[in-house]
Design a protein around this ligand. Structure first.
Ligand code: SF4
Ligand code: SF4
Length: 373
């Protein structure tokens, strides 16, 4: 099996890929449905993927509908993302216990899953989001051991979107819906006159090695044409004009427009919790009542909380306008200065899960249209 070549997997045999990863020693995770939402969970069988469902998404709206067909990846992501597995919402950094003689014993962070993980069904936007997290945690001057323990050995099975969600805008961010790099396997689901099937292509030597024993039939020229046409047909209803965007937003950092957004924003932090690239954390110390055990945990935090910018006895960003400005300008402007990339990958989660439907694409466009103060 060659890197770059694509092979056919009949839809009824998709589980051979999941089983191959399990046999190779991976803990496989993938999208599934829980409480009528798509979440990432352990995937023991491809039958647990979200067959025959479609997400209906809009600002502040999310619902799963039936598609009436057997497509597996027709529904895009929910609020959950792969970030939860690589950068856990709560992780113990250390624990200290004191014995009866007063001796202290320190233990380090919680061990990660002993098996390396395989992510099955990573969309283009989320693949780009993992690269953003790598920039923050893995390529920094001081790599984060919690992230590294989970990221090392990760096997990525990407999937190309045929039906973008109602709040998606990855095409304008250059992150999807088709994927060209950063995966070990790439899946494309096709369902046409030639039948319901998947194309699987290896994007790494390891991916090719794991495909080899499966003796799959090569994809045909018609399959490749169908893949290209399907990608061209994955049209999105939203877009973000990124040309000169960072400079335009920074020039308007004192704009009164942020007051207008803040009048709608509840400061609920949903946008930051669901964002697959938001990485900010706080640290919490706890001890038991007997005074024998103390722990320190790292938890996700949000620039929308008052406590996040609390320094030297005071909160720096006291008002909603300052907090929304921090979030928007970091995502779309100053992230470039830090990491030479955009902090937004166009997944649309912050739009869907904002209870008042604040839309990053609309707010950025409206701010850009404001005069420079
Ligand atoms: S800012 Fe919004 S659209 Fe962009 S990556 Fe984060 S959640 Fe997705
Ligand atoms: S999800 Fe919406 S309301 Fe909540 S903090 Fe973000 S922008 Fe404000």
């Amino acid at each position: 099996m060659d890197v770059g070549a694509a092979y056919r997997v009949p839809a009824t045999e998709l589980n051979v890929l999941v089983a191959a990863l399990d046999d190779a020693g991976y803990a496989v995770w993938g999208p599934t449905i829980r409480n009528e939402a798509v979440v990432v969970d352990r995937l023991d069988d491809a039958a647990n993927l979200p067959h025959g469902r479609r997400t209906v998404q809009a600002g502040g709206r999310y619902r799963l509908d039936a598609t009436g067909d057997a497509r597996v990846f027709a529904c895009v992501h929910g609020a959950d993302s792969w970030k939860r597995l690589l950068h856990p919402p709560k992780v113990r950094l250390w624990r200290c216990t004191r014995d009866a003689d007063g001796a202290l014993d320190f233990a380090g962070d919680e061990p990660a899953e002993p098996r390396p993980m395989a992510f099955f069904g990573v969309r283009g936007c989320d693949l780009a989001a993992i690269r953003r997290l790598d920039d923050v945690f893995d390529r920094a001057a001081a790599p984060d051991p919690v992230y590294e323990a989970r990221r090392n050995g990760l096997f990525v099975v990407a999937v190309e979107c045929a039906e973008p969600g109602g709040t998606c805008f990855c095409a304008s961010m250059g992150t999807g819906p088709q994927v060209e790099r950063g995966f070990d396997w790439r899946l494309t689901e096709l369902d046409d006159a030639d039948g319901h099937r998947f194309l699987v292509g290896a994007g790494s030597a390891l991916g090719a090695e794991l495909l080899a024993p499966l003796a799959l039939a090569p994809a045909t020229a018609a399959d490749e044409t169908a893949r290209r046409r399907q990608g061209e047909g994955a049209v999105m209803g939203r877009a973000l004009d990124t040309a000169g965007l960072g400079e335009a937003l920074v020039a308007r950092r004192e704009s009164g427009y942020f007051e207008q957004v803040a009048e709608r924003c509840l400061g609920c932090t949903n946008c930051t919790m669901v964002c697959p690239t938001c990485f900010c954390t706080t640290v919490e110390d706890t001890s038991d009542l007997a005074g024998t055990t103390a722990e320190q945990h790292r938890l996700w935090d949000s620039c929308f909380t008052l406590g996040f910018s609390y320094v030297n006895g005071g909160t720096v960003r006291e008002g909603g306008p300052a907090r929304y400005r921090q979030w928007l300008l970091h995502k779309l402007a100053t992230w470039w200065d830090q990491f030479d990339a955009c902090g937004c990958v166009g997944c649309g989660r912050c739009i869907t899960w904002c209870p008042v439907g604040i839309d990053i694409t609309a707010e950025a466009a409206a701010l850009r249209a404001e005069p420079v103060p």
